[in-house]
Design a protein around this ligand. Structure first.
Ligand SMILES: Cc1cc2nc3c(=O)[nH]c(=O)nc-3n(C[C@H](O)[C@H](O)[C@H](O)COP(=O)(O)OP(=O)(O)OC[C@H]3O[C@@H](n4cnc5c(N)ncnc54)[C@H](O)[C@@H]3O)c2cc1C
Length: 517
């Protein structure tokens, strides 16, 4: 028997989107804000580069909008992007008011830096390369002072509770295997990214696509699942997590070399290492495929740059590399592309409303269309703040609901969840990664369908996560197979061109199958 509890609102996730939403909701009722591991373990904590916001004197929301639209490969929802850039400044000022310490110039003014595809210096950063950690610290410190918010670590949301066709709460699976049914007027999925669907990812272990998978099982729609950003440069060491080697390192002059020592980007693009992310990622992928070395490798080389500057510009990256025995001032860093950011997710309107009543989503778990087919660097932290707050405001209108509520029913197999989870990740890496084609996607889809039938009942967190990874892997592969063109984060070697006449549309996956609209 599940323990029964209730709150006015449940927020699944304690990253930037979840915490911002919880703060807003707390003015109007009781809020449970869950993290499935420690409260500090989220994609937000690992965000290095910064948060984009039009606050500099020579900048404007209009310019930020133009850059966001240009980056999105023809698929940005312009209304959502306008909301992002116009409400962003207010949300960031609010964060400053709550004590966020962004880096400042010698005169005490906010220091804005520039990142790829931004036409102005508009990216705020903290402690050099620890922006997400500072934003998370600020929101957490503020939320902790609010009595109406219960911040709960190790609270794993396994499924949504349904009452008819309405979401009425969540089912939490405790570490000891017991369950709790938590009723709420509305549920917000702010569960972050889905990097763990792939074998190589910059995301932490918690990014197992739980939100979109739960939403899909309950009958909500997902959108744009085929669009993933693969970061070109993640540290690649056998026993280390794929730690992100920031784009800013290439901005400072880092060079990419193949295992023959050649600087291959010079022949690929006029901007060489500073070419757009998807081009650099594909070039690295190509070098790895054509290498004849026993273990193909590509290196990010900073050894020609001043050591002291590197240590102060990238303190966290420098220390992390040292931890794994690499001194980046003296040794080239082994690197590979890794799944980094999901443009797709739970389909929502501009107020975070999903297609199922009572359900909302915000942050990386959601798809408002704000990033289109490709995210403009540093727009995602801002998205979490802006759409977290908006979703919370919309949730206030939901009324309490009585009656019976239960998770969606499902059938299970008796396979080994750990082995199947690993297989999904390898399958996605080889068949639905940076370079895709119909044959490889079909192989992935066929096997993923079998795996779904083999997965055992989700009686512990790892089993439940395996189910979510497989479900979202299948959603990505099916959407990628249907999009017979290349655009933004989706590249098909059998359809290498963009095809606006057929595919300037969003993919939508729901209970009735897949469609474009
Ligand atoms: C290495 C790295 C660098 C990045 N750099 C930048 C950058 O410079 N600028 C930028 O804008 N973006 C950056 N990003 C992207 C950005 O960090 C994320 O998109 C953003 O932080 C997502 O915030 P979120 O609140 O949606 O989710 P997250 O911050 O990922 O939080 C998700 C939360 O959901 C919880 N959760 C998940 N599933 C469950 C479940 N089943 N039950 C209960 N809780 C659950 C987790 O425990 C966590 O608390 C980076 C990402 C990475 C990985």
């Amino acid at each position: 028997m599940a323990l029964l509890t209730s709150f006015d609102f449940v927020v699944v996730g304690a990253g930037v989107a979840g915490l911002r939403a919880a703060i807003e909701l707390s003015e109007h009722g009781s809020v449970l804000c869950l993290a499935k591991r420690e409260l500090t373990e989220s994609n937000t904590q690992y965000a290095q580069g910064g948060i984009a916001v039009a606050l500099a004197a020579d900048d404007s929301p209009e310019l930020h909008l133009a850059d966001t639209l240009a980056a999105g490969a023809g698929l940005v929802n312009a209304e959502a992007a306008r909301v992002l850039v116009t409400e962003g400044p207010e949300r960031v000022r609010e964060l400053l008011g709550w004590g966020a310490r962004f880096d400042r110039s010698g005169h005490g003014d906010l220091a804005f830096t520039r990142e790829g595809a931004h036409s102005r210096n508009r990216v705020l950063h903290a402690n050099g390369d620890s922006t997400g950690r500072e934003i998370g610290r600020t929101l957490y410190a503020h939320a902790s002072t609010i009595k109406a918010i219960e911040l709960r670590a190790f609270g794993f949301a396994r499924d949504l509770l349904l009452s008819g066709d309405r979401v009425a709460g969540i089912e939490v699976l405790h570490e000891d295997g017991s369950t709790e049914h938590i009723r709420a007027r509305a549920v917000l999925l702010a569960s972050g990214g889905m990097g763990m669907v792939y074998a190589n990812t910059t995301n932490p272990d918690v990014a197992t696509a739980d939100g979109p998978a739960m939403a899909l099982r309950a009958g909500a729609e997902l959108a744009d699942m085929e669009f993933l950003q693969f970061h070109p440069t993640a540290l690649y060491l056998p026993k280390a997590p794929r730690f992100l080697l920031s784009e800013a390192m290439r901005g400072e002059g880092a060079q990419l070399r193949n295992d023959r020592g050649e600087r291959f980007m010079l022949g690929c693009h006029p901007l060489a290492e500073l070419a757009p992310r998807d081009i650099v990622a594909r070039a690295i992928h190509h070098e790895l495929e054509i290498s004849t070395a026993a273990e193909p490798m590509v290196y990010l080389d900073l050894t020609h740059l001043p050591a002291e500057h590197l240590k102060s510009r990238f303190p966290r990256i420098y220390q992390t590399c040292l931890k794994y025995g690499l001194d980046l001032t003296r040794q080239p860093l082994p690197t590979r592309p890794a799944a980094h950011y999901a443009m797709g997710g739970v389909r929502t309107d501009l107020d975070g409303r999903a297609t199922l009543p009572g359900l909302y989503a915000a942050g990386e778990a959601a798809c408002t269309g704000v990033h289109g087919g490709n995210r403009l660097a540093s727009n995602s932290l801002l998205e979490g703040l802006v759409f977290g707050a908006r979703a919370a405001k919309a949730m206030l209108a939901e009324k309490p609901l009585g009656g019976h509520a239960a998770p969606p029913s499902a059938a299970y197999g008796n396979g080994d969840a750990c082995a199947l989870r690993r297989e999904v990740q390898e399958l996605m890496e080889s068949n639905a990664g940076i370079v895709r084609d119909a044959a490889r996607l079909t192989t992935a889809i066929d096997r993923l369908r079998q795996i779904q039938a083999e997965l055992p009942a989700p009686t512990d967190r790892l089993r439940a996560e395996a189910r979510n990874i497989a479900a979202c892997g299948l959603a990505i592969a099916c959407s990628a197979l249907a999009r017979r063109e290349s655009r933004g984060g989706h590249y098909r070697s059998d359809f290498p061109e963009r095809d606006d006449s057929a595919f300037q549309q969003h993919s939508v996956l729901g209970p009735k199958g897949l469609r474009f609209e």
